[in-house]
Design a protein around this ligand. Structure first.
Ligand SMILES: C=C(O[C@@H]1C=C(C(=O)O)C=C[C@H]1O)C(=O)O
Length: 363
């Protein structure tokens, strides 16, 4: 299996299309301060610790003010290149009975938060905000991040499957990749079920195109000042996964000056795919509207090279595992035309990604 080399349950992985990195054990670890320039501080910390071809694993909280971000230089680093053997098949298929055990916010309270947001949007206070909710899981046995990641990587090969100290997920959304002076980002916003008819309806939906447009514009505005020739897809296309599909826009450019991947992360995060528009109005409202701390959900997660290259996804379709418990997360973009019950359903579809991997009921 792709993640064969991952043996440390508190370890690290970042793999896409059977390519990527695995880390076991920790040589050096940094908890970035809870301040706005945490990405710059992280790049500084790495600069005298990582060889140019070295790799560190990073996961940041959504909110700069929340504890829990961590960068680790692993003791053992393994390059993943191909499918691997079948060594962990028995673990992947292990049965661990899991149960729902509540949420930070009830479904009805969450729908009310969506209604509050749409009212504020219609009043003209802002254009879009992304609201998320969580789901708690309680299991008979300690939850296995490695087996969970293995399942996700097998079902969602095109996604970035990540493991970071018990935080596990498979995200379809590329926040940024830097290779030399080339930069790439894929913005997602707008979601439906994976069938053809639903895809056509999504492409034609004015509400979803509006929601997508804010996210695309936020990434464009962050990258344009740093790039010479930023190319942005003129129209969104469908990114189809096994259980969902999204409207997607790819941005590619050439850096004007050498810019560390963590500086690019700092410029982009949070895009309006997980934050809101205008960012300075909508993002500060998220905490009180949602009534929970997102922790590392919707934050940047990825790998950094010592030469400043790296790849970061936005941590979506994920769970924080703590022994026999897990916290699952999902959110969706709210615009003027959003309906609370439809948004709740969308979070259910997204939560199902992890519920199915955990072996929980599919709702
Ligand atoms: C917020 C999430 O997903 C984001 C929101 C989307 C939407 O609102 O349609 C689609 C993809 C992601 O950018 C999530 O999966 O939790």
């Amino acid at each position: 299996m792709t993640l064969d080399a991952l043996t440390d349950p508190a370890g690290y992985a970042f793999v896409q299309q059977q390519q990527g990195w695995i880390g076991n054990g920790v040589t050096d670890r940094f908890e970035p301060p809870t301040i706005l320039d945490r990405f710059t501080r992280s790049a500084e910390w790495l600069s005298d610790r990582l060889a140019p071809d070295g790799v560190a694993f990073a996961s940041f909280t959504f909110d700069a003010g929340s504890d829990g971000s961590a960068i680790a230089i692993p003791e053992q680093l393994v390059r993943v290149d191909g499918p691997g053997s079948n060594g962990r098949a028995e673990l992947v298929n292990g049965v661990n009975k899991v149960r729902y055990a509540g949420a930070s916010v009830s479904e009805v309270d969450w729908m009310e938060a969506v209604a509050t947001a749409t009212a504020q949007i219609r009043e003209g206070r802002y254009d879009k905000v992304v609201l998320a909710r969580d789901l708690q899981v309680w299991a008979d046995d300690v939850l296995d991040p490695i087996g969970l990641a293995e399942k996700l990587a097998a079902r969602f090969p095109s996604c970035m499957t990540f493991v970071h100290e018990g935080f596990v997920g498979a995200t379809p959304e590329l926040l940024v990749r830097r290779i030399g002076n080339r930069v790439e980002s894929v913005v997602l916003a707008g979601t439906t079920t994976p069938d053809d008819a639903a895809g056509r309806a999504l492409l034609a939906s004015e509400k979803d195109r509006e929601e997508h447009g804010y996210a695309k514009e936020s990434a464009r505005a962050a990258l344009a000042p740093l790039c010479d020739d930023l190319e942005v897809d003129a129209d969104p296309w469908l990114l189809r996964l096994d259980n969902l599909q999204h409207l997607a826009t790819r941005l590619t450019g050439t850096l004007r000056e050498p810019t560390h991947v963590l500086e690019l992360v700092g410029a982009l995060h949070p895009t309006a795919a997980v934050g809101g528009t205008p960012r300075e109005v909508a993002v500060p409202l998220i905490g009180s509207l949602e009534g929970m701390d997102r922790a590392r959900y919707a934050g940047p997660v990825g790998v950094v090279r010592g030469n400043g290259d790296g790849t970061f996804g936005i941590a979506l379709r994920c769970a924080q595992l703590t022994a026999r418990r897990a916290r699952l997360f999902a959110g969706c973009g709210i615009v003027a035309g959003s309906l609370p019950e439809a948004e709740l359903e969308e979070t259910r579809l997204k939560l199902n990604t992890m519920q199915q991997a955990l072996g929980a009921r599919t709702n």
